[in-house]
Write a protein that binds this ligand. Structure first.
Ligand code: GDP
Ligand code: ZN
Length: 343
C-alpha cells in the first residue's frame, strides 16, 4: 500500500525507502523481554522491544515497563505508511522500539517473597480493581480480603468487591451474605453478587468494566478466569493460560496480559497472587487505608493514634457503637501485629 506512489523504488527494494514513525501506545502484554503495544481504545497490537536500559528513578522493580504503561515508541516502516497502518509492517522481526515510559497514574507491584527485596510491576494506570471473592468454595478469609483492599487503597486503585459463585451458596449462606454486604458497604465499598456459571450479575459487571482498565484480583479458585470468559466468551481460548505454577519457577518468564472486552473496557488478570497484598506500611499508616477508620480517626484525642489503647479513641468508640465493623477492626489489629514481617 505504501508502494503506490513510489513504484520504482519498490522494484529496487521490496520494502521501499524506510522511515521512522514515532508514537505513543499502551503495553497490553508483557512476556519476558517482549511486549505487545496497542493504541487504545483500538486493539491493533504490534510487537515491541526495549532499547537499552530504561530505568525508572527510585524503582527496584525487575521490569521497568509493565502492562498498562503508556510508552513512546519508534518503528521503522516503508515511507508513506500512515501511523494507523503500523500493525501491517511492525512484525516480531521488525519490532517497534520502546524509548521511554510516560509517568504512571498508579501501579501495583508483586513483591518477591525471598529476601532480595525485588519487586515486579504487575500493571500500571488502572482505573479500578475488582476483588473477586466467594463466601464459600473456597471459604472466604476476611483478613486476606481486607489486606487486598488495603493494598488497592495504598496503590490508589479504587476497589469493587465481586462475590462470585452465589449460585452455590445463596440459600445456604443467606445470613453471611447479608452480613458481608453490611460490613463492606458500611466501609464504603460496592459489593456485586455474580455467578459466572448462571450469568447472574454478569451484565452489571460488564457495565462496570466498560470504558475502564480494570484489574481482576483474588485468590486462586474464586473464578477470575471464569468471570472473564463469562464477560466475553470470545476470550475463552486465551484466558487462564498463565497459571500459578508458571509464576513460581525461578527462571520462568513472568507475564501479564490485558484483555479487550468486546463490550468495551480492558481487564488485567493477575494469576499467581502470591505477594500481592503485601505492602510495606508503618504502624501509624495502616489505618489510613481503612476508609471508615480514616474518617472516624478525625475524632481521636491523640494524633497519631493507633486506635488500640489510647483514651478518647473515636475509632474504638465507633467499633463499640457498631458503626465500624468488628471484623474490619480485627483485620486492622492483625495487620498491626504482623507489621514488619514482610520486610
Ligand atoms: P480462578 O483461579 O480465580 O481463575 O478460578 P477459575 O475461573 O479457574 O474457577 C475455579 C473453579 O470454580 C472452576 O472449576 C470453575 O468452573 C468454578 N466456578 C467459577 N465460577 C463459578 C460460579 O459462578 N459458580 C460455580 N458453581 N462454579 C464456578
Ligand atoms: Zn484512635
Amino acid at each position: 500500500m505504501a508502494c503506490q506512489e513510489t513504484d520504482d523504488l519498490c522494484h529496487a527494494d521490496p520494502r521501499g525507502a524506510l522511515m521512522i514513525i514515532k508514537g505513543q501506545a499502551t503495553v497490553v502484554k508483557h512476556t519476558g523481554s517482549h511486549y505487545l503495544l496497542s493504541c487504545l481504545p483500538e486493539w491493533d497490537m504490534f510487537p515491541a522491544v526495549l532499547r537499552g536500559k530504561i530505568r525508572l528513578k527510585g524503582s527496584t522493580a525487575t521490569n521497568p515497563v509493565a502492562v498498562g504503561d503508556v510508552v513512546n515508541f519508534e518503528a521503522e516502516v516503508p515511507e508513506g505508511v500512515a501511523a494507523q497502518e503500523l500493525t501491517a509492517y511492525v512484525t516480531p522481526e521488525n519490532a517497534a522500539v520502546i524509548t521511554s515510559v510516560e509517568p504512571r497514574r498508579n501501579y501495583i507491584i508483586r513483591k518477591s517473597t525471598n529476601l532480595s527485596r525485588q519487586s515486579h510491576i504487575i500493571a500500571a494506570n488502572l482505573d479500578r480493581a475488582f476483588i473477586i471473592a466467594t463466601i464459600d468454595f473456597p471459604e472466604i478469609k476476611l483478613p486476606f480480603l481486607d489486606r487486598l483492599l488495603v493494598t488497592c487503597e495504598v496503590y490508589n486503585v479504587p476497589p469493587t468487591i465481586v462475590l462470585n459463585k452465589v449460585d452455590l451458596y445463596r440459600e445456604s449462606h443467606k445470613e453471611m451474605i447479608e452480613a458481608f454486604h453490611e460490613i463492606y458497604e458500611g466501609a464504603g465499598y460496592t459489593v456485586l453478587e455474580v455467578s459466572a456459571l448462571t450469568g447472574e450479575g454478569i451484565d452489571e459487571l460488564r457495565e462496570a468494566c466498560r470504558g475502564h482498565v480494570s484489574l481482576f484480583s483474588g485468590v486462586s479458585g474464586v473464578g477470575k478466569s471464569s468471570l472473564i470468559k463469562a464477560l466475553d466468551p470470545s476470550l475463552e481460548p486465551k484466558v487462564g493460560e498463565i497459571s500459578d505454577v508458571h509464576l513460581q519457577g525461578k527462571h520462568t518468564t513472568t507475564f501479564y496480559e490485558m484483555y479487550s472486552l468486546t463490550s468495551g473496557g480492558f481487564i488485567v488478570d493477575t494469576p499467581g497472587l502470591r505477594g500481592f497484598g503485601l505492602v510495606d506500611l508503618k504502624k501509624e499508616e495502616i489505618a489510613l487505608y481503612f476508609p471508615e477508620m480514616l474518617k472516624a480517626a478525625q475524632g481521636c484525642r491523640f494524633t497519631p493514634c493507633t486506635h488500640t489503647h489510647e483514651p478518647g479513641c473515636a475509632v474504638k468508640e465507633a467499633v463499640e457503637a457498631g458503626e465500624i465493623s468488628y471484623d474490619r477492626y480485627s483485620s486492622y489489629l492483625g495487620m498491626l501485629d504482623e507489621e514488619g514481617k514482610y520486610r
